[in-house]
Design a protein around this ligand. Structure first.
Ligand code: NAD
Length: 498
């Protein structure tokens, strides 16, 4: 791996890039191995240059990984540990990652296109999951249920067993961290398929698992094609659950495969989330939320603020100021954008950029007005202009379907009831936001919006501690927070006749 174990942060960028391994193997049953499906080139979307090659797993590799994870479960070694010890191992994995923050962030920046400073935030976010769920490990307690004088009854929580996790490309490190940390803290062994576009940085979790002394097979990480390795994992007869983050279409396939084996699935899918802006909103606060809500990670965020529903009174000012934010962003290669600031990197691939640009073209054809942006940048790399659309009607494609890019649609409404109806008028329901100084109005709207998480006056308010997940086509189950722990355990009731 980059720099190898024991190398501390604070080496220079050039030193780090020179040390990137040219070929990354899969980590299965404690060994690094080639993949049965050959190799794939991982490229930097900022300039198309080769970052490294990665081994691609086939169905036989998936079998080996699941068998290793199953063996660890059957040994009972994780379930037998005192939770405080298991929690320390999980926290130790986070410490391992944190000690290599610079090199992991550099690699993540190169393979995904995001600015370096955003990659640093992602590494720190990943570490936070290991801290949080490491700490939670010893808080999972059963209860005693009164059954009268003749009985003693109690519940215990047991790990589900083998947790299969299928990861998307937009946060390839944090999404692994989210499910891996919670699954390990509850005593599961894990089989993880990383995304094809940016699979490399997640291999640091393999190093971390080894470094803290987890048994071989407790953590398996490989890359592979979705329809091949992903489908083989989701439909494997010997997994006990599947956690999927990605598109609705793939989520349906994964859940269908899980259902055929009668194992639970957690689906974290897409969104078309809206911020409702009331006439009394603090627009400075809103602008800060727009900067993060739709332009962070070039808008490739499932919970992005992709729509603003503005009351007529403040609509024009919102559009004008949102466009000013978009045009203020300096867009270019992530590796040159090292400091937090008004900048944005590449999208993850030409394919994603082209798809988003095509949706912008369709929006104009359907009558929306591009206040700014809507096109690729006139330079090499997968760059799209930060874009703001006005005059968007609720039934336009741009208002209904996820762009997964830096594209904001502004819709105008006359009253709160219409705002709620428009906010709820898509098949999704991941998050929602309300901007107002009127707490009654805010809480009423919060109750009426169909979404798993509501932000009042700050988009993305919350953290690893707060449950996250969707209504409707945004999926089911909750990740983050204590809520997510119950994804990874099952309840056993024990009744004793005295
Ligand atoms: P995707 O569905 O194409 O791929 C996600 C993962 O599934 C990848 O690892 C892919 O290889 C794998 N896959 C593809 N086909 C498969 C199959 N038939 N069986 C099993 N696995 C398969 O999604 P993507 O393009 O990587 O990610 C973008 C989407 O993910 C967006 O819609 C976004 O909203 C969503 N997303 C949601 C969240 C969330 O937490 N709700 C987070 C990130 C991304």
């Amino acid at each position: 791996m980059l720099g190898g174990r024991g190398v501390k942060a604070a080496i220079s960028f050039t030193e780090i890039t020179m040390k990137i391994k040219p070929f990354w193997k899969n980590y299965i049953d404690g060994e690094y191995s080639d993949g049965g499906a050959g190799r794939l080139e991982v490229t930097n979307p900022a300039d198309g240059s080769l970052v490294a090659e990665v081994a691609m797993a086939n169905a036989a590799d998936v079998d080996r990984a699941v068998a290793a994870a199953r063996r660890v479960q059957q040994s009972g070694v994780l379930a037998a540990m005192r939770p405080v010890e298991l929690g320390r191992l999980v926290r130790g994995m986070g410490d391992y990652i944190m000690a290599r923050k610079d090199e992991i962030a550099t690699l993540l920046c190169l393979e995904s296109g995001k600015p370096y400073w955003e990659a640093v935030i992602e590494v720190e976010g990943a570490v936070r999951y290991f801290e949080y769920y490491g700490n939670q490990a010893e808080t999972i307690e059963g209860r005693s249920i009164p059954l009268g004088a003749g009985y003693l009854d109690f519940t215990i929580y047991e790990p589900l067993g083998v947790s299969a996790q299928i990861i998307p490309w937009n946060y390839p490190l944090e999404m692994v961290a989210r499910s891996l940390s919670a699954a390990l803290a509850t005593g599961n062994s894990c089989v993880i398929k990383t995304p094809e576009l940016d699979p490399l940085s997640a291999f640091y979790f393999a190093e971390a698992a080894e470094a803290v002394g987890l048994p071989k097979g407790a953590v398996n990480i490989f890359c592979g094609y979705g329809p091949e390795a992903g489908a083989a994992l989701a439909g494997h007869h010997d997994i006990n659950q599947v956690v999927f983050t990605g598109s609705v279409q793939t989520g349906i396939a994964v859940a269908t495969a899980a259902a055929a084996n009668v194992v639970p699935a957690v689906l974290e899918l897409g969104g078309k989330s809206a911020a409702i802006v009331m006439p009394d909103a603090d627009l400075d606060q809103l602008m800060d939320s727009i900067r993060w809500g739709i332009f962070f990670n070039a808008g490739q965020v499932c919970s992005a603020m992709s729509r603003i529903i503005a009351h007529a009174d403040i609509h024009d000012e919102v559009v004008e100021r949102a466009a000013a934010i978009a045009t203020s962003l300096d867009v270019g290669p992530g590796i040159e954008r090292r400091e937090f600031g008004a900048n944005m990197g590449a999208m993850v691939s030409d394919g994603q950029r082209d798809r988003a640009e095509g949706m912008c073209r369709d929006a104009v054809a359907q009558g929306a007005r591009a206040v700014t942006g809507g096109h690729r940048l006139n330079r090499e790399g997968s760059f799209l202009e930060p874009t703001v659309f006005d005059g968007v009607a609720p039934d336009m494609t741009i208002a209904q379907e996820e762009v997964f890019g830096p594209v904001l649609s502004v819709l105008k409404v006359d009253n709160d009831a219409d705002a709620i109806a428009v906010a709820n008028g898509t098949p999704y329901g991941l998050v929602g936001g309300i901007f107002t100084r009127d707490i009654d109005r805010a809480t009423q709207a919060a109750r009426q919006i169909r979404a798993g998480q509501i932000f009042i006056n700050e988009w993305f308010a919350g953290g690893v501690e707060t449950p996250f997940g969707g209504y409707g086509k945004s999926g089911y189950g909750r990740e983050k927070g204590r809520e997510a722990l119950w994804n990874y355990v099952q309840t056993k009731n024990i009744a004793i006749k005295m």
